[in-house]
Design a binder for this molecule. Structure first.
Ligand code: AMP
Ligand code: TRP
Length: 333
């Protein structure tokens, strides 16, 4: 079956190993299968749910495109565009916000985490963020959405919105109900400083993450300083359950080297962490360094990146405005 793939990444800078292993690596594989139609969106409207400096946002948008391409996404085989340039996204988000129920949104854990203690000060956009995400997905008759584990709840909401809209307006199958594509293993990469916290762009300490623009020295230094525990390397998979930092580092190693978790555990069983960290640094440098070099090269070719976005926007706009026309008919506008 032909799959229609859609996914989005926020242009909020510091794209990291979690973004790569949880999402972008999967985008590349899906894009390499000629049976798939892929759309990868730089979700700049999502980025402004928290304060952004306009000039930095513009650069981060280009950097996200550069990261897609440097990681192996072929712009000739997929549509790469930025959300704000395709007007149907904001319009569909409004319409779908009248389908979504406040009770559904109030259960979203990402809002609770991002809004923190003072919810009253969070933007309305941060609250309705998942509705815009549903609009992104549903405008393109998407069948599959590759994301990291943290987006699972948002995708369930998207499915609920699609189903309720189809029921409310008696338009069976108008919005396709999309399937999440979340990797079974290694779909949640944790901070290098705290194995119980997600690796994140917004974490203050740069030592908590491997950025996709890091060079070999930075990677080696970060792995050297990564938190571990006083015990030797685990001797079984079960032992990992109570050792979050060891678990995260071994998972990163497994994911990058294409080994099962069991095999990686056996490889380093009972050894000390410093030996393991050397091997981990090596696989990281082998994988990240070429990407990092390519990102830097592409960033000096601004007009090339802008052209990719412009062409992508034109293609996306055709699909989305066509769907929007049908939505207008359904709504009685
Ligand atoms: P964002 O940077 O929030 O726009 O996320 C872009 C993609 O990366 C989404 O599919 C996320 O689920 C994924 N992602 C972000 N952080 C992580 C992480 N620490 N581990 C795995 N996937 C992640
Ligand atoms: N919310 C996603 C994130 O933070 C980004 C996103 C926006 C997205 N629109 C999307 C992901 C549509 C998949 C499909 O990671």
């Amino acid at each position: 079956m032909e799959k229609k793939i859609f996914s989005g990444v926020q242009p909020t800078g510091n794209l990291h190993l979690g973004n790569y292993l949880g999402a972008i690596k999967n985008f590349v594989e899906l894009n390499n299968d000629i049976k798939n139609d892929c759309i990868f969106c730089v979700v700049d409207l999502h980025a402004i749910t928290v304060k952004q400096d306009p000039n930095i946002l513009k650069n981060n948008t280009r950097e996200t495109v550069a990261t897609f391409i440097a990681s192996g996404i072929d712009p000739k085989k997929s549509i790469i565009f930025n959300q704000s340039k395709v007007k149907a996204h904001s319009e569909a988000a409004w319409i779908l916000s009248c389908t979504a129920r406040t009770g559904w949104l109030s259960r979203m854990t990402q809002f609770k985490e991002k809004a923190g203690k003072d919810k009253e000060k969070a933007s309305v956009g941060l609250y309705s963020y998942p509705v815009l995400m549903a609009a992104d997905i549903l405008l393109y008759d998407t069948t599959h959405v590759p994301v990291g584990d943290d987006q699972k709840q948002h995708l369930e909401l998207c499915r609920d919105i699609a189903q309720k809209f189809n029921n409310d307006f008696k338009v069976e199958d108008f919005f396709k109900v999309p399937e999440p594509l979340i990797q079974k293993e290694f779909s949640r990469i944790m901070s290098l400083k705290d194995g119980t916290k997600k690796m994140s762009k917004s974490e203050l300490s740069d030592l908590s993450r491997i950025n996709l623009t890091d060079n070999a020295d930075q990677i080696i230094n970060k792995i050297k300083k990564a938190k571990t525990d006083p015990l030797p390397m685990p001797t079984s998979k079960d032992e990992l359950e109570n050792r979050p930092e060891a678990k995260n580092l071994i998972e990163i190693y497994s994911s990058l080297s294409g080994l099962t978790l069991e095999k990686s555990v056996i490889e380093f069983s009972g050894k000390n962490f410093s030996k393991f960290k050397e091997s981990l640094s090596q696989v990281l440098v082998d994988k990240i360094q070429p990407i990092s070099k390519e990102i830097k090269k592409l960033l000096s070719e601004k007009s090339f990146l802008d052209k990719i976005l412009k062409e992508g926007c034109e293609k996306a706009d055709k699909i989305a405005s066509n769907k929007m026309k049908k939505i207008h008919e359904i709504m009685g506008f």
